[in-house]
Design a protein around this ligand. Sequence first.
Ligand code: FAD
Length: 286
Amino acid sequence: MNNKANPRHSYSFELFPPKTPEGRAKLADTVQRLNAVAPAYFSVTYGAGGSTREGTFETVTLLHDRNIDVAPHLSCIGSSRAEIREILDHYRTGNIRRIVALRGDLPSGMGAAGTGELAYGNELVACIREETGTAFHIEVAAYPEVHPQASGARQDLENFKRKVAAGADAAITQYFYNADAYFAFVDACRGLGVEIPIVPGIMPITNYDKLARFSAACGAEIPRWIGRRLEDFGDDMDSIREFGHQVVLNLCRRLLEGGAPGIHFYTMNQAAPTLRLWRDLDLPGA
Ligand code: FAD
């Protein structure tokens, strides 16, 4: 398979704002290495309830100053419309042209009183369109394995459709390790008349404990056979990385062969695991 030069495919990298001086120094190096393969864009996460607002701005600026196309994530839960408007103005005047629009999760300990004026992703998308027209290309989140708080799979799909109806241009999925979940989700969307690109979000496997914790929280399933194999490796990190690479490489191959319109890599601010996948997938610039 050769995935080179399909101009309609989107390959992107996600970063989070570092919290320490060491993290910041490492990020500059990670960005340089990842940018060498010329991804479509980088996205930068936004901490729960706006907790990394300044850090997100800083990381966005670091990328933008290097002429890199960047998509800040923006979550609405816990924020007022005025705060959202202020952030949109900040990005628009800074010539940022993409946004990943999310409901977000409240930081633990913050009660219902902190939910803000916009309760769901579709309301944020509508707000961005009302405030800024077509100034931003808007990506939203999608959940092939169903959002953990959804009342049901059908309802979750209808709610995803609302975000598209409100003006989303494309979607990035929560990560998953079961390609069939992605294909079934895309088919169900098309059946509802949802035609936007749905780009699979891919999480490289480098550390089983962290992955298991994170997956339990966000509702991503680690198939039993993968979990059991990873457990067996214990603290043999080389074996975890090698096995994890082969699992994720096969997943990406199946997704691309099955028609996925690109890949969004959750890099976790590490260049090497993503670049290895990029190279073995024969993506452009590797
Ligand atoms: P929504 O689309 O609002 O959905 C949330 C839940 O509410 C779902 O169960 C849905 O079925 C239901 N729902 C949606 N609309 C309605 C409605 N109108 N009425 C009733 N129910 C409804 N979190 C962060 O804090 N920062 C980030 O930077 C971040 N980046 C992410 C990037 C990606 C690609 C993904 C997949 C997730 C990211 N998250 C991030 C996590 C995300 O914020 C959480 O998964 C959050 O719980 C849901 O956000 P959402 O935008 O998908 O919410």
